[in-house]
Write a protein that binds this ligand. Structure first.
Ligand SMILES: CC(C)(COP(=O)(O)OP(=O)(O)OC[C@H]1O[C@@H](n2cnc3c(N)ncnc32)[C@H](O)[C@@H]1OP(=O)(O)O)[C@@H](O)C(=O)NCCC(=O)NCCS
Length: 180
């Protein structure tokens, strides 16, 4: 099921490619905005090095076969990263993985992440042979819920005080899609 190779995935408007250390300035541009980190277990970035560290974490996970994270780029906009998406917390024995994503706010509301999620969910089911793809969101993250519902993930319930993030406990809404 697991792979340490990031395949190039293409959609109508997007190319999903492997992350590179040189993507850090583009990632920093939006992780330095409060609206992006509001529902993350990360504080808003103050320094470019924080973006470099996050990209290194994602690249290391790929090399260790514990995660897959793609850089989202626009076919019409050169090779520059505008967002990321991928899988982590693989459970090999249960054939499942968790999905995660983020997008530069200048591109919000244009269906970009819907396109990206469709591509990686298909890859997860068809190539990785996952049985279940799941997501945890903050119940107040309405954009994230709408995105996942649009991509056929269903809400299963809310786990109370499930994560300790930024000095406080937060609930987690769990969603999933099954490969049946
Ligand atoms: C969540 C996020 C990736 C959505 O990306 P996006 O490209 O704007 O989403 P899409 O344009 O594909 O929208 C998908 C659906 O969600 C809806 N939606 C998007 N933003 C919304 C918002 N703020 N409130 C309510 N619905 C919203 C869209 O209307 C669309 O549904 P529709 O086509 O039926 O109208 C983006 O808001 C983001 O990066 N947020 C910050 C990071 C984050 O929270 N990541 C997830 C952590 S769990």
């Amino acid at each position: 099921m697991l792979t340490n190779n990031i395949p190039l995935l293409k959609t109508d408007r997007l190319i999903l490619r492997a992350l590179q250390p040189t993507d850090a300035p583009n990632l920093f541009e939006y992780f330095s905005q409060d609206c992006v980190t509001e529902f993350y277990d990360l504080y808003t970035f103050q320094h470019l090095q924080e973006a470099e560290k996050l990209i290194k974490t994602w690249i290391d996970r790929v090399q260790e076969s514990t995660g897959l994270r793609w850089a989202i780029t626009l076919k019409s906009g050169g090779n520059g990263l505008i967002g990321t998406c991928g899988f982590h917390n693989f459970s090999t024995e249960n054939n499942r993985a968790e999905i995660g994503y983020d997008l530069n706010p200048i591109h919000w509301g244009n269906g970009i992440m819907t396109e990206a999620i469709q591509a990686i969910v298909n890859y997860g089911f068809e190539t990785l042979k996952l049985h279940r793809i799941e997501a945890f969101i903050d119940p107040a993250n309405h954009a994230s819920r709408a995105l996942l519902h649009k991509n056929s993930l269903e809400t299963e319930g809310v786990l109370r005080d499930y994560f300790f993030e930024k000095e406080r406990f937060v609930d987690a809404e769990m969603l999933s899609i099954l490969n049946r």
